[in-house]
Write a protein that binds this ligand. Structure first.
Ligand code: NCD
Length: 301
């Protein structure tokens, strides 16, 4: 494993190894040493959790970071190409974490530089480190990844976390319910992957009957920044709101997850219930990213 660009690039064994290592790090059984190592965090799009948790992960293992949030203060403003920016940054650092609004940007980065690249989100395409922390969260709360009933709710067209998570779970015999507005359904290329893997899924536009028997409800934000037409966003923005009422017939073990940030799609009244898991989920981003950094920098195997 030289880079992490897409969940599709990871074998089941590699995925499970990352989760194991994260668990060992979180439990204090092992502490990879990243002292003297530098990770460049290149964020061309806003971020709170991903940026801060990579920063935290690196520093808590003794490493250091270089950070860019938005290209405003860099030579990108003078017209420097992404390739030249990346090549330059690779002269100063040992690994690059990149988030870009452009689909394929991380894959491109891996082609132009020799140091490891981690995709921290490329447009509406992929967000593999989020998927790994989602898997970690699911296994922690459900005790297994096998045979779970998982609903994904919200913007399944533009939601990169949903794309990566579905691919990440596909090898574990899940049953998926996709809940989205008609115009925001899961892309066809992902459904084709699921068909090839023999995964059971169905699509619906309302939350009717979703909760009973469900293990994980994974809620996503309607991705306003990906809409070409603001009117279209206005029409779908409040399509779903998860509240106590919707969870009234849930199994006690059902967990509501969300990559965050949320807008209104999970009511704050859910925060105090046994079902809410989104803030713990965000915390799980640290051991997962520590494990990834250690593996890609050769400090763990
Ligand atoms: C997500 C993202 O950037 O794709 N946020 C995150 O990394 N936790 C989800 C979102 O922005 O809706």
């Amino acid at each position: 494993m030289k880079n992490l660009i897409s969940m599709r690039d990871l074998t089941r064994e590699e995925t499970l190894r990352i989760l194991e290592l994260a668990q060992e790090i979180e439990g204090g059984k092992t502490r990879p040493d990243l002292s003297g190592r530098l990770a460049a965090l290149l964020f061309y799009e806003p971020s709170t959790r991903t940026h801060f948790s990579f920063d935290t992960a690196m520093k808590r293992l003794g490493g250091q970071t270089l950070s860019m949030s938005g290209s405003g203060s860099t030579s990108v403003q003078k017209g420097e190409s992404l390739a030249d920016t990346l090549k330059t940054i690779s002269m100063y650092s040992d690994l690059i974490v990149i988030r870009s609004p452009v689909e394929g940007a991380a894959r491109y980065a891996a082609e132009v530089v020799d140091i490891p690249i981690i995709n921290a989100g490329d447009g509406a395409n992929q967000h593999p480190t989020q998927a790994l922390l989602d898997l970690y969260s699911i296994r922690k709360t459900q005790g297994t990844l096998e045979g779970l009933s998982v609903a994904l709710v919200g913007d399944l067209k533009f939601g990169r976390t949903a794309h990566s998570l579905v691919q990440a779970l596909a090898g574990f015999r899940p049953t998926f319910t996709f809940v989205s507005p008609e115009h925001l359904v899961m892309p066809q290329y992902i459904l084709e992957d699921l068909d090839a893997a023999g995964v059971t899924y169905h699509h619906q536009t309302t939350l009717d009957g979703v909760t009973p028997g469900l293990d994980v409800m994974y809620v996503t934000r309607i991705q306003r920044e990906r809409f070409a037409d603001p009117e279209e966003y206005e029409q779908v923005k409040d399509s779903y709101v998860i509240d106590r009422e919707i969870l009234s017939d849930a199994k006690p073990t059902l967990r509501v997850m969300h990559p965050l940030p949320r807008v209104k799609e999970v009511s704050t009244e859910v925060d105090g219930t046994e079902h809410a898991y989104y803030f713990q989920q965000a915390r799980n981003g640290v051991p997962i990213r520590q494990a990834l950094l250690a593996l890609l920098l050769g400090a763990a195997s």
